[in-house]
Design a protein around this ligand. Structure first.
Ligand SMILES: O=C(O)CCC(=O)C(=O)O
Ligand SMILES: [Fe+2]
Length: 349
């Protein structure tokens, strides 16, 4: 039997060997944990969740103005029923933003993932959203980079062992999410792993997030002020499978209660290739190699691993922006390992 709850890790405990050992256990045995004492207090989190509710209460026309279908860079709003996970539609609406950058000219695209780079889209009806979410992105980046360094230390390698892959600024992606109540439990988001290094999730008071552990699913009940952390595929690759990216899903709420969360994903720079860390012998013998799953190959080229997730989750954006001939050609070259079913019909070359 596994514990029916996740470990709780205090950020301030990570200056001690004991704290690092607990972090190593949580990250390697469970792949998921609550993080407390991280610096973003409950009141601040509540303010962001309130802002998120205001966004989702905007009129449909205001939300359509920032619909992701207009963005080749996968930014903006998705109405309920436009995202797919594990081949099925998710019952959630969401607003995605990433690093704020200028897009590359089409003629300069050498790799398909370079099309992920570009500006965010912001609702004109809610000018307060942009500065608040860019601030949140900075605060979450700060927490995540510190945590990644502590994880490296906990694995017995230099704390800055992965810093070069992050460069000046990590690749970050975040989502405001609303799970509307359904008549019966449904897929809010289907079972999946996150593609980056680390994910932080802020939850309101409503349960629904579940984490796979053996044959069970652990309920991640919200703890006020705690962030939920999970290991992404890039850390599984970097640790040669010592750390595991763990499957998780969200079941939609019922009985008229909706659920709000904010997810923050941090990867290495899109142009980086993730190295395999030189773990000490004692840990190395316990590293079983990354998971081999023909339906979900883990790719060390960061841009490709991130793009894999985006193409699969948002088939309507893929179809509109990733199906022109030159790009299709690049996709076919880059994704020799990716099952064609993950790419839209017209990209099955
Ligand atoms: O909403 C949540 O609690 C988690 C969402 C999630 O796993 C994801 O968007 O990747
Ligand atoms: Fe996730």
């Amino acid at each position: 039997m596994h514990a029916a709850t996740l470990p709780i890790i205090s950020m301030t405990s990570l200056d001690s060997a004991e704290g690092l050992a607990q972090l190593r256990y949580a990250a390697s045995e469970v792949g998921f944990f609550y993080l407390v004492d991280h610096g973003l207090d409950s009141d601040q989190q509540q303010q962001y969740l309130t802002l998120s509710k205001e966004f989702f209460q905007l009129s449909n026309a205001d939300k359509q103005q920032v619909d992701m279908i207009h963005s080749p860079h996968f930014r903006g709003y998705n109405a309920v029923g436009s995202e797919m996970t594990a081949g099925r539609l998710d019952a959630r609406e969401q607003f995605d933003w990433m690093n704020e950058e200028p897009a590359l000219a089409t003629k300069d695209l050498r790799y398909p993932w370079q099309k992920l780079i570009g500006p965010n889209v912001w609702p004109t009806a809610m000018p307060a959203l942009k500065p608040a979410l860019l601030q949140l992105q900075q605060d979450m980046s700060h927490i995540t980079v510190n945590l990644l360094q502590k994880l490296c230390e906990s694995l017995g390698v230099e704390r800055n062992a992965l810093d070069a892959t992050i460069g000046e600024q990590p690749y970050t992606h975040a989502k405001l999410i609303r799970y509307p109540a359904q008549e019966a439990v449904q897929q809010g988001v289907g079972a999946h792993k996150d593609p980056g290094y680390l994910t932080l999730v802020m939850q309101d008071g409503q349960s629904g997030l579940k984490v796979e552990r053996g044959n069970d699913w652990i309920d991640v009940k919200p703890i006020p002020g705690a962030l939920v952390v999970n290991i992404g595929e890039l850390l599984e690759l970097a640790s040669d499978g010592f750390l595991k990216a763990t499957n998780h899903k969200v079941e939609s709420p019922t009985q008229g209660v909706e659920r709000y969360s904010i997810a923050f994903f941090m990867a290495a720079q899109l142009s980086a290739t993730v190295p395999v860390l030189s773990l000490p012998a004692e840990l190395k013998t316990r590293a079983s190699g990354p998971t081999i799953d023909p339906n979900n190959p883990l790719l060390t080229d960061v841009g490709n691993n991130v793009l894999k997730g985006r193409l699969r989750s948002h088939p309507h954006v893929t179809k509109k922006h990733y199906c022109d001939k030159p790009l299709r050609h690049l996709l076919a070259k880059s994704f020799a390992q990716l099952p064609t079913a993950d790419i839209c019909d017209e990209c099955r070359v």
